[in-house]
Design a protein around this ligand. Structure first.
Ligand code: F6R
Length: 240
């Protein structure tokens, strides 16, 4: 596991360059994408690089980690909406090649074939992850099996509180989500994780220094052969 510490601006640029290199080396790359606040700088850099002609996403295929159950893709807090708004609407990607788990309708059936769908494209070449203050990755909360594939997850109370900042009221935050599992994530060939701010310090220390345990879902990454953790000073501050 490699660890890189820098400012939010620096690490966002470094991760964007990893994505640009990946896509320039393989135009039909399969990218694993995350939502949340942490990757916003990365996506802004990718939009800029695409506008400058430094990278094209025309042949790229994407798979997102998760989606709230109960929200239509048109809801402004759904992860489909987030991805369109922060990335897909601003780059030359073919929307048909972008996959986000569904939160309504046939969401269970869609989720049940998600891992097979990823495999049918040859697997994820490069996956970006954020991390929850409780050590979750995607919506795999503490206690999730390391063998999990895409499934329905109950959000932990701390995650509902963390995510309520984006809703009008905490009562509007969905309590369930569809999420790729920990095994689904470990199948990615290369993984980058981004963590910014004090709120992530405990989780990052547990990921880097702690034992591999289902109590800290991100600790499974200790076993991945190609993972880089990008943190700012605050998120890195409790690492020994
Ligand atoms: C989002 C996701 C979540 C977030 C995590 C951190 O697709 O899978 O695990 O990465 O909750 O969220 P932020 O970046 O908003 O702190």
């Amino acid at each position: 596991m490699k660890v890189i510490v820098g400012t939010e601006k620096q690490i966002s640029e470094l991760i964007a360059e990893e994505f640009i290199k990946q896509v320039n080396d393989k135009e039909n790359s399969v990218l694993g994408l995350a939502t949340g606040t942490s990757p916003l700088g990365v996506y802004a850099n990718l939009v800029e690089a695409n506008k400058e002609g430094r990278v094209s996403f025309k042949k790229v295929v994407t798979f997102n980690l998760d989606e709230y159950i109960g929200l239509e893709g048109t809801h402004n807090q759904s992860y489909r909406y987030f991805m369109n708004d922060n990335l897909f609407d601003h780059i030359d990607i073919d929307k048909k090649n972008t996959h986000v788990l569904k939160g309504v309708g046939d969401y269970l059936a869609y989720g049940a074939q998600y891992d097979a769908e990823i495999a049918s494209f040859g697997g994820i070449d490069l996956q970006i992850l954020g991390i929850g203050s409780d050590g979750h990755i995607a919506f795999n909360e503490p206690g999730t099996s390391f063998d999990s594939l895409t499934h329905v997850a109950e959000l932990a109370e701390s995650t509902i509180v963390d995510n309520s900042r984006l809703f009008n009221d905490i009562s509007e935050v969905p309590t369930k989500a569809m999420t790729m599992g920990l095994k689904s994530i470990m199948n990615a060939k290369k993984i980058v994780l981004i963590a910014i701010g004090n709120n992530k310090a405990k989780a990052i220390a547990a990921l880097i220094n702690g034992p591999k345990t289902e109590k800290v879902p991100a600790s499974i990454l200790q076993d991945h052969p190609d993972v880089t953790i990008y943190c700012d000073e605050a998120a890195y501050s409790l690492v020994k």
